[in-house]
Every structure is written in structure tokens, then in C-alpha cells.
Design a protein around this ligand. Structure first.
Ligand SMILES: Nc1nc2c(c(=O)[nH]1)N[C@H]1C(S)=C(S)[C@@H](COP(=O)(O)O)O[C@H]1N2
Ligand SMILES: [Mo]
Length: 340
């Protein structure tokens, strides 16, 4: 089998579909659009849009990977290479990071390690698939950074700043998005600090309700009747855990690992289970009503070993449709009675 062109946990967006993520509009202003470069540069510069468009442009195919799991491969992007602008401005010795700022209400920004940015060769893009970028997708000008989750690609670029110390971007500072953002390493989110003792105490109490426990390691633990309603459990590890009759209602279990967990009678009402792994879990009498299962898996596609259900298992047909075709086929085939 040829290697998959998709990083782990990603799925192709439907053909012709390009979701709008984050801010939808630039800041409204009558001032003409300019893009400036400053900070640790030899010459601070500022271009109007016509001046920027007059610089040498390139067109290249770039793979886009959004942290919310959709990817678009080989998108034709046209614009000026960031490297071209950096050469004009001159990189000062102190420069270690590059920050991109948006002309938007919340002054959205993101940053990259300068050496990595130079290697990734990002584009200051005007057009995609030979059409000018629409405003909701960052037009008239946005960054497109290959090889990083798409939150590193700022829409409505207004300023480029070289820095000697890093300045965390909007999502990185506000929402715990990983500052490295390498999709091949699945660097999606940073887990918050939780000491070993704190984690151990929580596991004894079996009450995770409303807590931020991203990335908690509960592999193999006895957690039957666990209360985890509304808990933030992104990237949590519940492999081989005993979770009979656990309550995950309204919890966020995106990318959580539940392989081989005993989840008989567990409740996932309205839970966000995007990208969660239920391969080989026991799911008799479990209830996924209202849960989001985009990108979740129930069967190991290599070994064919999958989760077990019974007639009391509740998974809505719409949730099954959000699975990849192979996963959906497995669930349809093994779920004894579809509700509705
Ligand atoms: N100014 C600005 N740029 C932004 C964002 C934003 O909210 N504001 N969201 C980021 C995220 S999380 C993603 S996935 C992409 C989405 O770009 P799109 O809406 O064109 O798909 O833009 C990135 N750049
Ligand atoms: Mo994103």
C-alpha cells in the first residue's frame, strides 16, 4: 500500500468544500491596505497591495491541514514568497521568530520559529486555484504556511514582525493550541500541567466533572461509574480502562484514546468525540445520542479488530455518516439495531 498522503487523524474535506474557520471578516477600515515588516530587520518596509503584487510571484501546490481534522491536498496557491520579503528587509542578527499579524478586530496573530519558517517557505498569498482569495478566506492577502496546521496561516495579513523572543499567537495563547503545530506529529493541543499526585487523587475520587484534564493518563484504571460530565478530556488516555456506566455527557473527548476500554453502559450524550479512538472497546448499552463522531474510529483498519455493540447501544445514523466510509461500514454492520 502506498503511504497515506494524509497526516494522522486527518480526513479529506469534501470535494470543492473549503470550511471557514475562525474570524470571518477583516476589520472594516477605509485606510488603504498595507503590509509592513518590522522588528528585528535591517530595514523596516511597508508595501501597498499593488506594490506587493508587483514583486516576483510564484504558484505552488500546498497541502492544507486544519487542526479540526479536515485537509485539502494540492491546493494551487499564488503569491509572493515570505523569503522574498525577508530578503528585501534584511534579517537582523537577533531575529529568532517571525510573527504574523492580521488586520482584524482582535488583532489575530500567530508565530513561527524563523529557521523553520525559512525551511517551510510560506507564501504571502493573493489567490487560490487561480481565483483571488475571498474575504472570508483571508483576502486580499493572507499567509499560507505549508507543513503546519492551518492556524499558523493568518488571514488578512497586515504586518510581519521578526522577534528575538517568541510571542504566542491568538489560538496558541487562548485555546491551548500547540505552538509547534506539526500535523505529522499531531501537535494539536498542549495538555495543561497536572502533577502526578493531583492526577492520582482524581482517579481515586472518580469525579472529573467540569474539569480540564486534557491529556490525562488513565490507562488501565478502574473508573467504573466515573462522573466526567462536561470535562475537557482532549487527548486523554483511557486505553484498557474499566469505565462501566461512566458518564461523559457533554464532555470533550476529541482525540481521546479508549482502545480496549470497557464502556458498557457508558453515556456520551452530546459529547464531542471527534477523532476519539474506540477500537476494540466494549460498547454494549453505551449511549452516543447527540455525540459528534467526526473522525472517530471503532475498528482498527489494519487488523480488522473492532468495538463490540449490542442492541442497546445508541448511535444516531447522522453520527455514523460523519465517520469515514470504512468506519461507518463497520458500525452499520455490527450495530444490531439502528435506532430510529
Ligand atoms: N486573522 C485570522 N486568521 C486566521 C484565523 C482567524 O481566526 N483569524 N483562524 C486560523 C485557523 S484556526 C484556520 S484553520 C485558518 C482557516 O482559514 P479558512 O477560514 O480560510 O479555512 O485560518 C487561520 N487564520
Ligand atoms: Mo484551524
Amino acid at each position: 500500500m502506498p503511504p497515506s498522503p494524509l497526516p494522522p487523524g486527518q480526513q479529506l474535506a469534501a470535494a470543492g468544500k473549503w470550511p471557514v474557520v475562525g474570524e470571518r471578516l477583516p476589520k472594516s477600515s477605509s485606510a488603504p491596505w498595507t503590509v509592513s515588516i518590522g522588528g528585528a530587520v535591517e530595514r523596516a518596509l511597508c508595501w501597498t497591495l499593488p506594490e506587493l503584487r508587483a514583486l516576483p510571484q510564484v504558484t505552488c501546490a500546498i497541502d492544507i491541514h486544519c487542526v479540526t481534522r479536515w485537509s485539502k491536498l494540492g491546493v494551487r496557491c499564488s503569491g509572493v514568497r515570505l523569503v522574498t520579503l525577508l530578503e528585501l528587509a534584511g534579517i537582523a542578527n537577533a531575529a529568532r521568530y517571525v510573527s504574523f499579524l492580521a488586520r482584524s478586530e482582535r488583532r489575530h496573530s500567530t508565530s513561527l520559529v524563523l529557521a523553520e519558517a525559512l525551511a517551510l517557505d510560506p507564501l504571502v498569498a493573493f489567490a487560490v486555484d487561480d481565483e483571488p482569495l475571498t474575504s472570508e478566506h483571508g483576502g486580499p492577502v493572507r499567509m499560507i504556511v505549508p507543513g503546519r496546521y492551518f492556524y499558523k496561516s493568518v488571514k488578512w495579513l497586515e504586518r510581519i514582525e521578526l522577534l528575538d523572543e517568541d510571542r504566542l499567537g491568538y489560538w496558541e495563547a487562548e485555546s491551548g493550541y500547540h505552538n509547534q503545530a506539526d500535523p505529522w506529529r499531531e501537535q494539536r493541543y498542549i495538555a495543561p500541567g497536572l502533577s502526578k499526585q493531583q492526577a492520582a487523587a482524581l482517579l481515586v475520587q472518580r469525579n472529573f466533572a467540569d474539569r480540564d484534564l486534557r491529556g490525562i493518563d488513565a490507562a488501565g484504571c478502574d473508573l467504573s461509574r466515573l462522573i466526567a460530565s462536561r470535562a475537557l478530556l482532549r487527548d486523554a488516555n483511557f486505553r484498557h480502562a474499566m469505565l462501566r456506566d461512566a458518564c461523559f455527557d457533554d464532555a470533550n473527548l476529541s482525540n481521546a484514546h479508549l482502545e480496549f476500554a470497557d464502556l458498557q453502559g457508558a453515556s456520551f450524550l452530546r459529547a464531542d468525540c471527534e477523532g476519539a479512538n474506540f477500537t476494540s472497546a466494549q460498547l454494549a448499552a453505551s449511549d452516543f445520542t447527540g455525540a459528534s463522531l467526526f473522525g472517530a474510529s471503532f475498528v482498527d483498519e489494519q487488523s480488522g479488530v473492532g468495538a463490540t455493540f449490542d442492541a442497546r447501544t445508541r448511535i444516531a445514523p447522522a453520527a455514523i455518516e460523519a465517520l469515514t466510509p470504512l468506519q461507518a461500514a463497520y458500525v452499520r454492520q455490527h450495530l444490531p439495531a439502528l435506532p430510529g
